[in-house]
Write a protein that binds this ligand. Structure first.
Ligand code: THU
Length: 137
């Protein structure tokens, strides 16, 4: 996996964030098992609740195009699109990742730049999670 390339795809997508209410711009790049990358950005709404995060945008684009196998996601963001800190995924997005990803192998890269990032497994950010397999128990 080329981590820098994946992070750069997220950074490149940051201007596409639509965040006129929070002014907090977020972008994500989701790497599929076959090497394909789907980007996503947060898209807010005047009615607030229909807003979607960058990570879920990327996942829904990929899943709606038939993908089910994911290796990693890179995330970046900040106020007015200026990256000041690591932007970790919200709880709802972590749960959406849990639906499609192996918690022990799926990688989450939160980046300040292509060189400065933190790497987690989904399991680290969502321990003791509930997923599709739990419905079978
Ligand atoms: N946001 C994301 O897109 N991803 C995250 O991981 C954190 C939050 C968005 C949602 C909202 O549009 C804005 O950032 C402020 O919460």
């Amino acid at each position: 996996m080329d981590r820098k390339k994946l992070i750069q795809a997220a950074i490149d997508g940051l201007p596409r964030s639509y965040a006129p209410y929070s002014h907090f711009h977020v972008s994500a790049a989701l790497l599929c098992g076959d090497g394909t990358v789907f980007t996503g950005n947060n898209i807010e709404n005047a009615s607030y609740t229909p807003s979607v995060c960058a990570e879920r945008c990327a996942f829904f684009k990929a899943v709606s195009e038939g993908r089910r196998d994911f290796a990693a996601i890179a995330i970046c963001g900040g106020p007015d699109g200026v990256i000041k800190d690591y932007c970790t995924p919200c709880g709802v997005c972590r749960q959406v990742m849990r639906e499609f990803c192996n918690p022990s192998t799926f990688r989450i890269l939160v980046a300040k730049s292509a060189e400065d990032y933190r790497e987690y497994t989904l399991e680290q950010l969502l321990p003791d999670s509930f997923g599709p397999d739990d419905l079978e128990k």
